[in-house]
Design a protein around this ligand. Structure first.
Ligand code: MD5
Ligand code: FE
Length: 209
């Protein structure tokens, strides 16, 4: 369903088998060169823990090395994820040509434990405004989808469950959004994640090479 212009929600897009396979990859990424960590924003460590692929994100900047963690280069952005992102964009929006040319170069992989929250923000550290593709696995969360002007009302709250796909493009690319709540113990059997929630966001940084 199109929640707002450019914002497409496809509940249950990933099969349980795909979810469990991605969770197994997540465990490899978290054991990779750069560990999961809470980014420090305005002197506060985020409760959401992140590991990146392709480019390392820290507030306001993307770099190849995780300079604010351990200095290691992040893992490459996998080809399978480019293909998954293209199919996600095409199927969510119905825009098949856009799906064919979409080339995400970065994924932020967020882990939420049952207490984790993400405050209202915009994603504006990318030099490009290509769509963001978001996949959720594990516990259901409340997702707050706001407006482009400010962090407050109007906003709409929806519940994102394991397997849900969201695409943010066009006028929704710069909408404020956040995760006010995770619902503990709501992950489906077979998704591969016993507790907490994973969200993968694929992005185009607009950076060279
Ligand atoms: C999450 N992640 O569930 C969310 C889902 C983040 C983040 O917010 O920055 O890592 S991605 C939601 C998103 C991305 C781009 C635009 C909009 C929402 N939006 O316009 O609402 O961990
Ligand atoms: Fe965001």
């Amino acid at each position: 369903r199109e929640l707002a212009p450019g914002a497409y929600w496809v509940p249950g897009w990933l099969t349980l088998e795909q979810q469990a396979w991605i969770v197994a990859r997540f465990r490899e990424w978290a054991d990779g060169p750069v560990p999961l960590r809470g980014a420090v924003v305005n002197g506060h460590e985020m409760s959401v823990k992140t590991v990146c692929l392709g480019w390392h994100w820290r507030p306001y900047q993307y770099t190849r090395e995780a300079v604010d963690v351990n200095g290691s280069r992040v893992l490459d952005f996998p080809d399978w994820m480019v293909r998954l992102g293209r199919r996600a964009l095409a199927e969510a929006t119905g825009d098949l040509p856009a799906g064919e040319t979409y080339t995400p170069d970065t994924a932020l992989v967020n882990y939420y434990d049952q207490q984790a929250r993400m405050g209202m923000h915009q994603d504006r550290d990318e030099a490009a405004l290509d769509p963001v593709v978001s996949l959720s696995i594990g516990d259901t969360c409340r997702f707050r989808f706001g407006n482009t002007e400010n962090r407050g009302r109007p906003y709409e709250d929806i519940d994102l469950a394991s397997g849900d796909l969201f695409v943010f493009g066009g006028p929704s690319r710069l909408a404020h959004h956040g995760i006010p709540k995770v619902y503990p113990g709501t992950a489906p059997d077979g998704c591969g994640l016993g507790r907490g929630r994973i969200n993968i966001t694929m992005r185009v940084t607009g950076l060279p090479g």
